[in-house]
Design a protein around this ligand. Structure first.
Ligand code: ZN
Length: 293
């Protein structure tokens, strides 16, 4: 499978419910893809390493992981999943495991930063200088790329955990985030929608009030991203965003929140991922390539 002169790259999109594994000669030349359910770290990491080893020697591995994770390369626990509530996964040295087992350089970032890098390079962000990628599903997370670089700071962005202004028509609901109650994830993630209305957004009638409420909260995030960071594009992925008409409702509500104020608001663009559900896997291969460089 190895092509002379073109090293094979490995990628892992490590999610809380599944691991997507890929090998490719470049981020967009994927030659094999596989997914496995996320079980205990011992089982899951071993299965992933075995699958990757079946495709010949890879030159580098990229991991785009659920978190929280340690991204500071000077920290002793760089490459760890840190204090996740997911049973068994706290303090998991995920990057170190593969570096030792496969003896290759490892690139490591959050799942959403990986997806943001992929959308920036090959997807909805083509031509933009900055982009935020937000996933709205079991949780709400976001990654940020400015001038080609994923943003890290004291940690990594956690845009799902900001507190939106509560909508009066939704004042009764307390929110379900175990840390914050009514942060954005506590109000607008898939489980928060289920907790209020007993169904997913796409299963509720098109005229149900839930659509406007969820769009209203997500618009507060989009407006804040434009206002605070001046990103050119916000890419909205994740299962909840598959609801027909939701993207348009969020776009409309975001413009309404801006109220004609922000300079360049006519350039503010929301879109679905250009790479569909491949953003994370392509992002993992981009991280592999940067580890190789
Ligand atoms: Zn929260």
């Amino acid at each position: 499978m190895n092509v002379p002169g073109k090293p094979l790259l490995g990628g892992i999109e490590a999610g809380g419910t599944k691991f997507v594994l890929v090998v490719g000669h470049s981020p967009t030349e994927i030659v094999a893809k596989h997914s496995i359910p996320t079980r205990s770290p011992a089982t899951t990491l071993a299965q992933a390493a075995e699958w990757l080893a079946q495709h010949g020697a890879i030159a580098a591995l990229g991991i785009a992981s659920f978190g929280p994770v340690e991204l500071d390369p000077r920290a002793p626990r760089w490459g760890y999943i840190t204090n996740t509530p997911k049973p068994g996964w706290a303090d998991c040295d995920i990057a170190g495991y593969f570096a030792r087992r496969l003896a290759v350089p490892v690139g490591f970032d959050t799942d959403v930063n990986g997806a943001a890098l992929a959308e920036y390079a090959y997807g909805a962000g083509l031509g933009a200088g900055s982009l935020a990628y937000v996933t709205v599903g079991t949780g709400i997370g976001g990654g940020l790329v400015i001038d080609g670089k994923a943003v890290h700071g004291a940690a990594h962005p956690e845009v799902g955990h900001f507190y939106p202004r509560r909508l009066s028509v939704d004042a009764e609901f307390h929110g379900i985030c175990p840390h914050h109650g009514d942060c954005l994830e506590g109000l607008a993630s898939g489980p928060a929608i289920h907790a209020r209305w007993g169904a997913s957004l796409s299963d509720l009638p098109a005229d149900h009030a839930a659509h406007g409420i969820i769009a209203g909260y997500l618009a507060q995030l989009c407006h804040s991203l434009f206002a605070m960071l001046a990103v050119e594009k916000v890419v909205l992925g994740g299962g909840v965003m598959n609801t027909p008409g939701l993207l348009e409702k969020v776009q409309f509500a975001t413009l309404a929140l801006d109220a004609g104020y922000l300079p360049g608001a006519d350039k503010h663009l929301l879109s679905r991922p250009g790479l569909g559900d491949r953003s994370g896997a392509v992002g993992a291969l981009l991280l592999a390539r940067s580890a190789l460089d």
